[in-house]
Design a protein around this ligand. Sequence first.
Ligand SMILES: [Zn+2]
Ligand SMILES: [Zn+2]
Length: 179
Amino acid sequence: MTRKVLKCKPTIPCDTTQLLIKLGKIWGIPMLNKKLAIEVSHRLKKSLGRCIPTKGLIRLNPILLNTKHSAICEEVLCHEVAHYVVFLNNGPNCRPHGKEWKDLLMTAGFLPSTKLKSSILPKQTYAKKPKKLKIKYHHSCLICHSTWIYKRPMPNTICPHCKEVGVDSKLTINTNPYQ
Ligand SMILES: [Zn+2]
Ligand SMILES: [Zn+2]
């Protein structure tokens, strides 16, 4: 059995250990850098970061690996680490972006913004699901030009108008002729 080893570990463009040590000092949490694991997750699509406080885990959007985003990366990390510290200090029932969290960000020198610059995320990460076309079957009488719409094709329908006057009707069936 051979194990697949990731040859090049993705490197985060800011010094996460230094940042955690710094934040730990500011927020009075010793060994903060040892308490948290930071990983890059390709599953994060809509947000730049996520904190799972119960696991001591922070996930970062791989877009932050781009060195040009290093400043944003630091801000995202601070935002997420603050979630963890709020959890440590106040337990799980604390509001995620409440006063405690805001205070932590301010003391670390960041604006407590809940809308982290997600503008760096690609605009359309997901292909929108195509709307299900409701197919309608337009039945038209070739003799008197009356039309009806049915949900399914009814090739054996007889045109009531033509029937009334005793004429054999002929129908054509079209799906969504106007789309
Ligand atoms: Zn948050
Ligand atoms: Zn008819």
